[in-house]
Ligand binder design. Structure first.
Ligand code: FE2
Ligand code: FE2
Length: 327
């Protein structure tokens, strides 16, 4: 089930773009998040320090049983059938951000699809401590890069696919033990504002990808996005049609009220969760966009893993209208 925070604006969000009138071909985007797919079975705990040692002990106690490869195999089979135009992975592919975990995740990404059809943004577990880029994120470089750059620095990245502008932010940064906060920083937000403005002028459907939930109060303080207010101020000036995030390990639907704009925000849970908490059950989200006169029609399909059937199937469907301002 989606955990929907009631808001009268939820089904008629304001769009900041002026889309062309008439309809075009639908575009389908799949979002999955937080697969935490790597194994730490070969890791020597004596070589780990500080936060990584605590994270390793957490994996040993719980996480290795909570995130299972057979669910990700079922996910790959399901995606082969639903055949989205593009897949967005919103971070936390690893546990401790170790070089070998990045190599494991790179092999899985190859199974997921080619870099042109798969966009990855980092999560806090991928940036668990400061690391050498060449030993870690370079393994995923083709999946992280924007259309115009082969190196992912600085963020945001922009990928245009059909009518859609995928704008990837990085909120991933190392934090102190027992914290899982993220931040964007003023320099990234300034560049983000330019990208939003230009994509908006082109009439593209602007989908923002970031790991941490952007709506203040939607997650525990120790896991929050520290500069959510600055992000909201940027969005109030330029707008965006949709924001997708991970990190919370539950499905979420919220509205970010940014100035006069109401921006829909959806969070995907962990795609590999095998525990007993039904709120955290493994799911991924499919977004089907169709251009309509005056806005965009959005069909959201939640596909959940059934431990009994050992496959993913539809759990929920809902239609929304993304409207122009003032409509
Ligand atoms: Fe996570
Ligand atoms: Fe996370």
């Amino acid at each position: 089930m989606l955990h929907v925070k009631p808001n009268p604006a939820d089904e008629r969000w304001n769009s900041g773009t002026q889309p062309e009138s008439g309809s075009g071909s639908p575009f389908v985007l799949a979002q999955l998040s937080d697969p935490h797919l790597s194994s730490l079975s070969g890791v020597r705990p004596g070589n780990l320090f500080s936060k990584r040692l605590l994270g390793y002990l957490s994996w040993l106690r719980n996480r290795r049983r909570l995130h299972c490869p057979h669910i990700l195999d079922a996910l790959l089979s399901d995606l082969a059938q639903t055949a989205p135009d593009h897949v967005a992975v919103t971070g936390d592919l690893t546990h401790l951000g170790l070089p070998d975990e990045f190599r494991q995740a790179a092999r899985w990404l190859k199974q997921l699809g080619p870099p042109e059809r798969v966009t990855v943004i980092p999560g806090n577990h991928d940036a668990y401590v400061s690391g050498n880029w060449l030993e870690t994120f370079s393994e995923w470089a083709p999946y992280l890069a924007g259309d115009e750059s082969s190196v992912v620095d600085p963020y945001p990245i922009l990928r245009v696919r059909g009518p859609v502008a995928l704008i990837g932010l990085s909120s991933a940064r190392p934090s102190a033990p027992f914290l899982a906060v993220g931040s964007l920083g003023s320099a990234q937000l300034a560049r983000f504002e330019n990208v939003l403005e230009q994509a908006g002028r082109r009439g593209l459907l602007r989908i923002v990808l970031l790991h941490h939930p952007p709506v203040p109060g939607s997650i525990a303080w120790r896991k929050r996005l520290t500069d959510a207010r600055l992000l909201s101020e940027t969005l109030s000036r330029q707008g965006a049609e949709l924001i997708l995030h991970g990190h919370a390990h539950v499905s979420m639907a919220r509205t970010l009220v940014a100035g006069m704009r109401n921006i829909p925000v959806f969070g995907a849970p962990s795609a590999s969760y095998a525990g007993s908490n039904p709120q955290k059950a493994a799911r991924y989200h499919l977004f089907r966009f169709e251009r309509r006169a005056g806005g965009w029609q959005l069909l959201l399909t939640v596909r959940a893993y059934s431990p009994v059937a050992r496959r993913f199937a539809i759990a929920q469907e809902k239609e929304f209208l993304l409207t122009e301002p003032g409509l």
